[in-house]
Design a protein. Structure first.
Length: 141
């Protein structure tokens, strides 16, 4: 079987579209393969500035966290190695847990948020396990 003559239209009985040459077929294939890449959530690995606003006390807390993302899993630390971060990413939804030790006391905070399309901002709901709740924003440095 030989290739169609140059400049001829390709037409298949089950497809009424007329395509001129193989270049159009390659372009359609490329666009189809690239489409899923545009909907992937950005990599959250890096250093993030964390700001928390607590509803019960009308106070704010800040910190700096370093995150590492491997597939959908998050790990890292905040402020120091004694604050251990774990979490998951599902599309643009993020859940984070920070286990904290301060002045000999252990505790945990949870965060449920959404990653902005830019991949440089996360905001949502923060909660101290067994304590108050509020909101948080993380901005990538």
């Amino acid at each position: 079987m030989s290739a169609p003559p140059r400049g001829s239209s390709l037409r298949h009985p089950s497809n009424p579209l007329r395509l001129k040459g193989w270049r159009h077929m390659n372009l359609i294939l490329l666009v189809t393969l690239m489409a899923p890449l545009s909907v992937l959530a950005p990599d959250l690995s890096g250093v993030w500035n964390l700001e928390m606003s607590w509803s019960d006390s009308n106070s704010k807390s800040t910190g700096v966290c370093t995150l590492k993302q491997v597939e959908t899993e998050l790990s890292g630390s905040c402020q120091s190695a004694t604050s251990v971060v774990s979490g998951k990413v599902n599309d643009r939804k993020v859940t984070i847990r920070i286990d904290v030790e301060q002045d000999g006391h252990k505790g945990a905070m949870t965060f449920e948020g959404t990653v902005a399309e830019s991949g440089r901002l996360i905001d949502g709901v923060a909660k101290i396990v067994g304590g108050q709740d509020g909101t948080f924003t993380m901005r990538k440095q």
